[in-house]
Design a binder for this molecule. Structure first.
Ligand SMILES: *Cc1c(COP(=O)(O)O)cnc(C)c1O
Length: 355
């Protein structure tokens, strides 16, 4: 069915990947580009050389962040097959983010097909070392050259591909987290549940201050009472107590992660008592003090699972195993990556193959 235009594409006969793949720094030879205007709708779906964009300084997305993005991965499995993890969910979320940001939606089949065609062309870029993958970054930007706050009439959709190593090159190591009540990430009815650039620019000051104290990520609390746990950096969070596993509910201020959704399902199947409910930072500290807190971990596409080595809130520091990731986090990491890399049967139908 494809009406994708291939413009000046040239498939390399061999690809040399850098020894150390730093997350998000290297890109493949090609990208996907498609434009929107009110008369033609989304048109000219094109795969072309990865190249700079030429944009007016007045381009609306640069001024008012009318823009959305996604982040997912393709894996080369041992059999040689190329696998995508829940791409349908990622593109549904892209369209959901677009609706909130007044950006025209894109047909889901076209989104999946264009991504697959791009990956097919640049498949030799998918690293095969353990824990490596091809990170896929779809992006939509408002392109009217106009300095005034309104909806743009024109948009550009782009897909770029980046070969990546494991998120933690030294291995699956726990990280220190700082809970902040000096800044908030987002508030209900805002755009915290969309992957839209403003959320991330707004998070940098807190991230900088946490780093200064030696912490890797920020634990965000709710914007209204500064009391309930929301998420950690760009990951969702799970707290294992003695008799339940808790994750904050999707009430509009946190990002509905695909990894979060997958972890909930796996835990339920394993017989855990998983609850999506509000959990206050005070409850977590109390559980720690009464020895009913087992472990805490974050979930997201980039790292899959990220265990906590310690959690600081005001003058309280909760300490976990600093050397080894927690038991449940490790079990989940293995389960999900085994499904992604084809070492375990895809019993949920989460994998889509290139062919
Ligand atoms: C992307 C993201 C997540 C994780 O979502 P996944 O679909 O699991 O990758 C969590 N929180 C924020 C703020 C994010 O941007």
């Amino acid at each position: 069915m494809s009406n994708i235009i291939f413009k000046d594409v040239e498939k390399k006969t061999s690809v040399e990947l850098p020894e150390n793949l730093i997350f998000g720094r290297n890109f493949t030879d090609h990208m996907f580009e498609m434009d929107y205007d009110p008369a033609l709708g989304w048109h000219n779906p094109t795969i072309k050389k990865f190249s700079d964009l030429s944009l007016s300084p007045a381009t609306m997305a640069l001024h008012y962040a009318q823009s959305v993005f996604e982040g997912m991965k393709a894996y080369k499995q041992d059999s040689g097959k190329i696998a995508f993890f829940r791409p349908d969910q990622h593109f549904k979320r892209l369209n959901r983010s677009s609706r909130r940001m007044c950006i025209p939606e894109i047909d889901e089949d076209l989104l999946i097909e264009s991504m697959k065609e791009l990956v097919r062309l640049d498949q030799d870029w998918i690293p095969t070392k353990k824990g490596h993958a091809l990170y896929i970054r779809p992006l939509i930007i408002a392109t009217d050259p106009f300095i005034g706050v309104r909806e743009s009439n024109t948009y550009k959709y782009l897909v770029m591909l980046s070969p990546v190593g494991p998120y933690y090159p030294e291995g699956f190591k726990p990280v220190p987290i700082l809970a902040t009540d000096k800044y908030v990430r987002s508030v209900r009815k805002g755009v915290g549940d969309c992957k839209t650039p403003g959320n991330y620019g707004a998070s940098l000051a807190a991230q900088r201050e946490a780093a200064k104290e030696g912490y890797t990520q920020v634990l965000w609390l709710d914007a209204i009472e500064q009391k309930y746990i929301e998420e950690v950096g760009t990951m969702n969070i799970f707290i294992q107590l003695k008799d339940e596993v808790v994750t904050p509910p999707l009430l509009g201020s946190i990002l509905p992660g695909i990894t979060r959704m997958s972890v909930i399902q796996i835990l339920k199947d394993w017989g855990y008592n998983v609850n999506e409910r509000k959990i206050a930072i005070g409850e977590v500290i109390e559980a720690y003090n009464s020895n009913t807190l087992v472990e805490i971990f974050g979930t997201g596409t980039a790292a899959v699972i990220s265990s906590l080595s310690k959690l600081k809130y005001h003058d309280t520091i909760l300490k976990f195993n600093e050397e080894e990731a927690g038991e449940l986090g490790t079990k989940l990491y293995n389960e999900i990556t085994d499904i992604q890399y084809g070492r375990k049967e895809d019993r949920y139908g989460w994998i889509q193959y290139l062919d």
